[in-house]
Ligand binder design. Structure first.
Ligand code: ZN
Length: 175
């Protein structure tokens, strides 16, 4: 299970280390900013940001697997703090965008004028036909998860692909 969000060590107020799993630039799956001072066994040691002389940034590319870390690059303390703030801002913007989208979705059945109820996740089996046949090929079948809402009066269904919005949706607020 991939990690999410931002991990501050020991806390967000004056961190020594920040690991980011979210809000990153395109193509980056995780990043780490460590705040450092000169000295110590490896030439630098990790210290609270308030006491740091510089910072290290390392990233891992989005490969679908747990890719290796890049070599750390040396940046200034304020560049390190800016990198973290940018991620916080991107996460907040995305949450606000999702909220706007969710608020626009009307779950009401247009014919019965009542809200559809949430049935939960339903797996749609999808696939391709096999070689020289109309029957589905065993390979290439996929279960496509859908969130389903049903009108309990007429049975009409509304589906949303999984992975876009948090479900169940609240439905559009009536004025
Ligand atoms: Zn209906």
């Amino acid at each position: 299970m991939a990690k999410h969000g931002i991990e501050y060590t020991p806390d967000a107020r004056d961190p020594r280390r920040v690991r980011l799993y979210d809000g990153l630039p395109r193509g980056v799956s995780r990043a780490e900013v460590t705040f450092r001072a000169e000295g110590g066994f490896r030439g630098s040691r990790v210290v609270p940001a308030s006491a740091a002389d510089f910072a290290h940034l390392r990233t891992a590319p989005e490969t679908g697997y747990e890719g290796p870390w890049s070599e750390p690059s040396r940046i200034t303390v304020s560049e390190g703090q800016y990198y973290v703030r940018q991620a916080v801002r991107r996460i907040a913007e995305r949450a606000a965008e999702i909220e706007r989208r969710v608020a626009r979705i009307d779950l009401d059945c247009p014919w019965c004028e009542r809200p559809r109820s949430y049935l939960g996740r339903i797996g749609f089996l999808t696939g391709h036909t096999g070689f020289m046949t109309d029957a589905p090929s065993e390979l290439g079948q996929l279960v496509d998860q859908q969130h389903a809402y049903r009108c309990d009066d007429c049975g009409s269904l509304l589906h949303f692909a999984d992975g876009f919005l948090p479900h169940p949706l609240p439905g559009r607020k009536k004025p």
